[in-house]
Design a protein around this ligand. Structure first.
Ligand SMILES: Nc1ncnc2c1ncn2[C@@H]1O[C@H](COP(=O)(O)OP(=O)(O)OP(=O)(O)O)[C@@H](O)[C@H]1O
Length: 688
């Protein structure tokens, strides 16, 4: 590491000697520290006529007067920096001064004479000369050329663009990595293997700079230019590479805005220039102050780019260019003051070495080869990269026997051969993965089955619903039976009452409680039949709703039979059925009498018909009207004989009391009666 303050030099621009007479003097002391004294008459300082002289004294490493040639400038200022760059340290030379003070002349040089070549071409010549001389190292040289104008960076070496204005050039932006290293995006690096190639790049950049220059943008005045030589070096066979950068910087004019007398865009530019230089000054002030932690590098692009050069890893040199004409004295004094602050900045330059990864790989490969050779010599066997077929087979056998061995103390001995050890690990890993795959398959299968569980649940729910439905149906049937039972009991009670107490005389045609209705031999039967008809009609409706008969499954029928058999009232129901049957026969008997043609009975029948509301229930057939001997629906007509005999009725289970009576009532003529009703079939069967 080389610790060094920034070196400051002053160069006075040649001018008419008469103007400078008595203004400045240069002293040299024994330590080669030069001081510049500027003597300013009072009247020049503040406008008042004053014979007193004001003296300003500034110290520099060296002061070059107007006689100084470009060659000496290079030798004294630039050469040491170029040498340190060749040694692997970063270096910076920047020229600072007001417009026209000779910055560009010093850094780049004049175009008129070859001897006017400035620091850049001379440094390039020197560097390539040294590179040629030094065969102990391999050098690589790259060049970049950046222009910063109004805080925007432009690549002056972009070959794709024929710049007619500055904006045609690619814009360069700053990127900062986590280690706070600055990277310039879009700034091209061009390799230069010879001095000529490097100079061509310099000319290309200067040409782009001049072409892009407009009357409003005098590049040399209002922009900063940074010409950088990137040098890499390494010793042959070594993986260590040294990188060094040499910035050669031509700053914009340092004159102050207040004195430029510009406006509009020029003022904006001047502000930018001064702002940029102001931030440079801020950085330098911050660096020159002790215990200052924050350095405002990021405030401008220029200070960001020159970060290393200012207070960092760099050997930096400043050239203060001075114009000592009377009108420029103030600016020259400012420049000198600025230089004095810069001189306080300490830099710590270190060698920028890094290991080249490609070279490291080559070196390691060679080392491996050497070690293999040594191993082969030590073991006496030549090892290849991969195991042979025979070796693999042998290894598989060993692994198999090891895995089968139940002894927990057993060992797998494959020797000190890493290839075999690796193979064993691969084998075990494969086994483990296969096992995991199998477990995953099993688990996914069980997951799949688990997913099907809801289907079982659905089935279960469906069956449960069906069971509930069946329960409801059974409840309905039980209720029906209860109702039937109640009706039957009521009917029986009425019947017994009629028979015993209230039975009217044979000649009385009226029913008890209905004085207007006469009692006939059929009246009792008709009364029972009326009740039963209503009951069965309701029951029929219920059957239609539930569809009981048709949809009753075998199981249900069976269950129902068991239910009927085990029911507490089954005996009573059975008794009731017998009673009903007896009545059925008595009705049939009465009917036969009626059918026998008793005119009296027929007349009596016709008289009582209108009072029997139940006849209207016979499928729309009106009472008292002749239907040509047929008074039943067509369905019944086709199903039963038009003139059935009582024996036929008996044998036909479909015959039932209420309907017989309905049909009787439905015809106005005796002998034209039909029996039966299909709708009562189920109810009849219930009573069977
Ligand atoms: N030491 C010198 N010897 C001979 N001529 C010089 C010297 N210094 C400057 N000049 C001349 O002075 C003129 C202005 O110089 P130069 O362009 O270098 O100034 P500058 O500081 O770069 O100005 P700007 O800030 O505008 O770029 C040029 O013509 C240049 O040749």
């Amino acid at each position: 590491m080389v610790k060094q303050t920034i070196q400051i030099f002053a160069r006075v621009k040649p001018t008419v000697r008469k103007q400078q007479q008595g203004i400045y003097s240069i002293d040299e002391d024994e330590k080669l520290t030069h001081s510049l004294e500027i003597v300013l008459p009072r009247d020049l300082a503040d406008g008042f006529v004053n014979n007193k002289r004001e003296s300003y004294k500034f110290k520099f490493q060296r002061i070059f007067d107007q006689e100084a040639k470009q060659e000496i400038i290079f030798e004294i200022i630039a050469k040491p920096v170029a040498e340190s760059t060749l040694a692997g340290y970063n270096g910076t030379i920047f020229a600072y001064g007001q417009t026209g003070s000779g910055k560009t002349f010093t850094i780049t040089g004049g175009a008129e004479r070859y001897s006017d070549r400035g620091i850049i071409p001379r440094t390039l010549s020197y560097i390539f000369e040294q590179l040629q001389k030094d065969s102990s190292k391999i050098y690589t040289t790259h060049i970049s050329y950046l222009e910063i104008y109004n805080e925007c960076g432009y690549d002056l070496l972009d070959p794709r663009h024929e710049a007619s204005k500055l904006e045609d050039l690619p814009k360069v932006t700053i990127l900062e990595d986590p280690d706070q290293n600055i990277h310039l995006k879009n700034l091209s690096l061009h390799q230069a293997t010879t001095e000529e190639e490097a100079l061509n790049l310099l000319f290309l950049g200067d040409t782009n700079r001049m072409i892009a220059e407009t009357p409003m943008n005098q590049a040399s005045t209002r922009s900063h230019c940074i010409f950088t030589v990137h040098l890499s070096s390494k010793e042959p066979g070594s993986a260590t590479v040294r990188h060094a950068k040499l910035h050669l910087v031509d700053l914009a004019g340092s004159e102050r805005v207040s004195k430029t007398g510009v406006g509009g865009l020029l003022l904006t530019e001047a502000k930018y220039i001064n702002l940029s230089l102001h931030y440079l000054e801020q950085v330098i002030i911050a660096l020159s102050e002790k215990h200052r932690t924050h350095i405002p590098y990021r405030n401008s692009m220029m200070t960001s780019v020159l970060r290393d050069s200012l207070g960092g890893n760099c050997m930096t040199t400043m050239i203060a260019t001075l114009s000592l004409e009377k009108r420029n004295i103030d600016e020259s004094i400012s420049t000198c003051r600025f230089a004095q602050r810069v001189a306080l900045i300490k830099n710590e330059a270190i060698l920028n070495e890094e290991i080249d990864p490609r070279l490291m790989i080559v070196r390691l490969q060679k080392e491996i080869e050497d070690l293999k050779a040594e191993l082969a010599m030590a073991t006496g066997e030549q090892r290849t990269d991969a195991l042979t077929e025979a070796e693999l087979l042998q290894l598989e056998k060993l692994i198999a026997s090891y895995l089968e061995d139940q002894d927990p103390e057993s060992r797998l001995e494959v020797g000190a051969d890493m290839r075999k050890i690796h193979h064993c690990f691969h084998h075990f890993k494969k086994l483990l993965n296969d096992k995991k795959t199998l477990e995953n398959t099993v688990s996914s299968e069980s997951t799949r089955q688990a997913c099907q569980e809801p289907l079982r649940d659905e089935e279960y729910t469906k069956l449960l619903g069906l069971l509930k439905q069946r329960d409801n149906e059974i409840n309905i049937l039980v209720n029906m039976l209860k109702k039937e039972k109640k009706k039957t009991q009521d009917a029986l009670q009425n019947s017994s009452l009629e028979k015993s107490d209230t039975r009217p005389p044979q000649n009385s045609p009226f029913i008890a409680g209905s004085p207007a209705v006469p009692r006939t031999p059929f009246s009792s039967a008709l009364s029972h039949a009326q009740d039963l008809s209503i009951c069965r009609h309701r029951s029929s409706l219920l059957h239609k709703k539930t569809g009981m008969r048709e949809e009753m499954s075998l199981g249900r029928q069976e269950a129902f039979e068991i239910f009927k058999r085990d029911h507490a009232d089954s005996v009573t129901i059975e008794d009731n059925k017998q009673v009903l049957k007896q009545r059925h026969y008595s009705v049939v008997r009465d009917y036969r009498l009626c059918q026998a043609g008793s005119l009296e009975a027929h007349n009596q029948w016709n008289r009582y018909l209108p009072q029997m509301g139940i006849i209207r229930l016979a499928n729309g057939v009106q009472s008292g009207e002749s239907n040509g001997g047929i008074c039943t629906p067509k369905r019944l007509r086709t199903q039963y004989s038009p003139s059935p005999t009582p024996s036929a009725w008996k044998s036909n289970r479909a015959i039932d009391i209420p309907h017989i009576l309905l049909f009787i009532g439905a015809s106005s003529k005796p002998g034209h009666l039909l029996e039966g009703g299909a709708s009562l079939e189920s109810e009849s069967s219930l009573l069977t």
